[in-house]
Design a protein around this ligand. Structure first.
Ligand SMILES: [Zn+2]
Length: 460
């Protein structure tokens, strides 16, 4: 015995080293040749995907383009008023992505999706004007949508450029420079996507995803009810649909997907650039597919938040991990939508776009030119795209009102970003999403323009 350790088992340095080496070798070999768990048989390797809808005629052309829009500098971020400092880093790149479609008659439509807080109305106007001048794309045939990530830069929101005086602020200079650069990139990718139009087959499918929950309290509960002042509301209105437009090459190779979900993109509240759950969903969908573009179209998420939300709710799970988890859930739902019951989409595109006056209860507050867009893909898919932060009631209403032969898809955060748009119900209840003080006809005005454009875009 030496020092309490039996002589025979005393560990010398060389013995320790060789034992460590042996353990490492076992570990490496084990990783290379994983033994199936006891009693399990090995799984066959994944098979290459098969063309899903070869029976659907190839009647379209489609083209894709993208640009990285992560700011080159660490500038002020958007979404939370409580932020006291600019961004400190990046955990994921932000993208602008374009998809151009052309039907059999040569009619075109271009979607541009952005990993950004919103689409400032002035930016929409400038990009639409330039796309019309440079690519002869009529404004009603351009849809700009933002993912509402709260981990992106603050764009310049006003229609007019900043004044000399405003430009004295570094924050304003950064925001304006970023927005001008963004405009150039958006116009460029619209042109690139049109320039890359190639024969394509389009199908539509949908699935469901459940992490969005109505974030308002239940205003129908009587005072004194134990849940009267509690939010979120697990029984509140939601739209869990995940619609997906699937674009494949004539040989069946998947080229792109445009998918939607209605939920605030707010898993994160940190100081880094990131696409949040919508950024991760796109990243995961693109991960194992060469030359494939996944694009996210935000739905009527005004009163919807992702849950579980924020650190400490799930033991040991960070906000970033929650963003990835929700991204994975959504990507899984999109994979379902891509594979289940594909519906052939044909018949060509007809689109309508108008800006209506939204009126406020305070007569001194000027009316707002509010964009409403309706896009019909033949008799197969009808897409309603509304501006700003629309609550989920609109989605549920139009899906019911326009229900018929075509699948109905309702997007918000499109072509404008000027705050919340409540339904009459939410306006009457009050609370955060009703604070802009819209007049009580807000829902009526929007609904009657949707109906009007729906009728105008009908094919005989
Ligand atoms: Zn919001």
């Amino acid at each position: 015995m030496i020092g309490g350790i039996p002589m025979k088992t005393r560990l010398t340095l060389p013995a320790l080293l060789s034992a460590g080496l042996l353990a490492l070798t076992v570990l490496i070999l084990g990783a290379a040749n994983p033994e199936p768990p006891f009693g399990a048989t090995p799984e066959p390797p994944p098979q290459p995907p098969k063309p899903l809808a070869p029976h659907v005629p190839v009647t379209w052309k489609a083209g894709f383009a993208r640009a990285t829009i992560t700011p080159e500098k660490l500038i002020w971020m958007s979404g939370y008023a409580a932020r006291k400092k600019p961004a400190e880093g990046k955990v994921q790149d932000l993208f602008a992505k374009a998809m151009a479609l052309e039907d059999e008659t040569g009619g075109r439509f271009v979607f541009v999706t952005l990993d950004l807080i919103g689409v400032p109305q002035g930016l929409r106007w400038r990009v639409a004007k330039r796309a019309e001048e440079q690519f002869q794309l009529p404004p009603e045939r351009l849809l700009l949508n933002a993912s509402h990530t709260h981990s992106g830069p603050e764009p310049w929101r006003r229609a007019e450029p900043p004044t000399e005086e405003q430009l004295e602020s570094q924050k304003t200079r950064d925001s304006w420079e970023y927005t001008r650069d963004l405009e150039e990139k958006m116009v460029a990718i619209i042109g690139d996507a049109i320039g890359r139009l190639e024969a394509a087959r389009i199908t539509f499918g949908h699935a469901r995803c459940g992490f969005a929950m109505n974030r308002r309290r239940d205003y129908s509960l009587p005072e004194g009810h134990p849940n009267a002042n509690k939010a979120p509301n697990p029984d509140g209105p939601v739209d869990h649909a995940v619609p997906a437009l699937r674009i494949e090459a004539p040989d069946g190779a998947l080229k792109g997907v445009l998918f939607g979900y209605a939920c605030h993109n707010t898993s994160l509240g940190f100081q880094n650039y990131c696409g949040d759950y919508a950024g991760y969903a796109q990243e995961y969908l693109e991960a194992n597919r060469e030359g494939f573009q996944a694009m996210f179209l935000m739905g009527c998420a005004g009163d919807q938040n992702p849950y579980p939300r924020r650190s400490g709710v799930v033991p040991g799970v960070t906000d970033l991990e929650l963003a990835m988890q929700h991204g994975r859930s959504l990507a899984n739902a999109v994979e379902m939508a891509l594979t289940v019951n594909p519906r052939g989409v044909g018949g060509g595109i007809v689109a309508g776009y108008e800006e209506i006056d939204l009126v406020y209860a305070d007569p001194k507050k000027p009316n707002h030119p509010y964009p409403v867009q309706v896009v019909r893909f033949g008799k197969d898919v009808t897409l309603v795209a509304l501006g700003s932060e629309v609550v989920v009631d609109y989605s549920l209403r139009f899906k019911k009102e326009l229900a018929g032969e075509a699948d109905v898809w309702v997007a918000a955060y499109s072509n404008d970003y000027t705050g919340y748009v409540p339904s009459l119900r939410v306006l009457k209840e009050g609370g955060y999403e009703a604070a802009a003080g819209h007049a009580e006809d807000v829902e009526d005005r929007i609904a009657s323009k949707v109906r009007d454009l729906y009728e105008k875009t009908a094919r005989p």
